[in-house]
Design a protein around this ligand. Sequence first.
Ligand SMILES: CC(C)(COP(=O)(O)OP(=O)(O)OC[C@H]1O[C@@H](n2cnc3c(N)ncnc32)[C@H](O)[C@@H]1OP(=O)(O)O)[C@@H](O)C(=O)NCCC(=O)NCCS
Length: 222
Amino acid sequence: MIERILPVGVASSEEYADVPDSPLYPEELEAVAGASERRRRAFATGRHCARRALDRLGVPAGPLSVGGWGEPLWPAGVAGAITHCEGYRAAAAARSTELAGLGIDAEPHVPLPAGVLEAVALPYERGRLRALARARPGLHWDKILFSAKESVYKAWFPLTGRWLDFTQAELRFHPDPNPAATAGEFHARLLVAGPVVGGRTVRHFTGRWLVADGLVITAANV
Ligand SMILES: CC(C)(COP(=O)(O)OP(=O)(O)OC[C@H]1O[C@@H](n2cnc3c(N)ncnc32)[C@H](O)[C@@H]1OP(=O)(O)O)[C@@H](O)C(=O)NCCC(=O)NCCS
């Protein structure tokens, strides 16, 4: 499923359940030493997907340690991301010569809990979401926005090492012209100074979203 929203040149891997006995390297085991069994299984399946994505990219896949903010530490020259939610785990990776930053996120396709949209959406975005909901009532646009912002954060963080608040990027959605489509593109405009990539300041991220099989899946890149 994730392949459908990733740019050409990105390798990926996904699972709909945990892969039993996915092996972990000692430094990875240490990162989840105190975690619940459920969390350890999700983490291990995420690492399993990440190593398979690296393999498909032709990059030797060793340990993927955890950085100080929880970010996976990809091999030099690779941009990548991992996601897991109930019933889904995935990883995607690209060579940094192709993409400077890559984020993916998956969420159950259900509305956000009450009060969350107010915390994660800008006034402009809330207005646009109301219009999108009128045009495409079967889709939970609040959850699509939330997931897209989490993808933006995962692409942003390895480039900056900085927090990015939900109110520091403004998202616009471009639904597919086909009214029955359940996928489309989005555009994220940074409202704070962006990282410098290849001598140019990044001001935007682009991405795609997909609703299928009860899930919202998003991918952002720069
Ligand atoms: C970090 C965060 C994005 C994770 O998203 P989530 O929906 O809770 O969980 P997911 O399963 O989709 O993703 C978890 C994976 O994200 C990755 N991750 C965690 N912190 C990260 C970071 N700082 N940078 C990049 N990736 C990170 C990890 O790979 C993690 O899985 P792992 O611990 O098994 O390796 C989220 O918890 C968060 O802190 N969001 C707030 C920041 C934000 O989204 N801002 C919006 C800006 S517009």
